[in-house]
Design a protein around this ligand. Sequence first.
Ligand code: DC
Length: 221
Amino acid sequence: MNPVIAIDGPSASGKSTVARRVAAQLGFVYVDTGAMYRAVTWRLLHEGIDPAKTAAVAAFSERMDFHAIIKGGTTRLECNGPIDPDALRSPDVSSAVALVARVPETRARLVAEQRSLRALAPLVMEGRDIGSVVFPNTPYKFYLDARPEVREARRHLQGEEDAINRRDNIDRSRAVAPLRVADDARVIDSSSLSIDEVVAAVCSALDTAGLQCRPTDSHAS
Ligand code: DC
């Protein structure tokens, strides 16, 4: 069975950058599950379906043709056709995605897709429910957090203005797979740590657990 490193946490906790770098150091495939929820949201908007209409989102999710294809150390997404990764961080998608991610039928389809990837490669998978729901039995679980004002400031620096607190509140309070810390996750507060320090903390825990991180030349994401 291929190993899975689960990296969960709220928006702008630093988990994408950290997950990408840890995946590169381990030689594992990096999987961004937030991008999967965003891909469904983009396609819904493109097809003129209102993301606030739960029944319509559920019906769409049950019949959608969704694939995550492993390529070049990460995944390329298809949802009723190819998805342009650059479209996934648009304000329209960012403000609607938490509504889509709370729909159980959508989650069921994407969680099945996420689990199926493990048969193909060792994974570093980031999201909200990877350690708690998708792979509850993996021994490698991390939960990255940072103070709300630090996360807001990071999002502004990235040029994104979406209301992450509103999104996090929907993610935390939804009925299915809410954002929470898995009981056995290692919690890292990155408020006053650099990315290098967080990557070092994750890699040191993985080294202790028997997985070898090898520093790479490039930090390109
Ligand atoms: O990580 P992100 O900002 O790209 O996530 C987009 C949305 O998808 C966010 O509202 C949380 C949700 N999400 C989720 O519910 N479960 C996951 N495993 C990943 C993301």
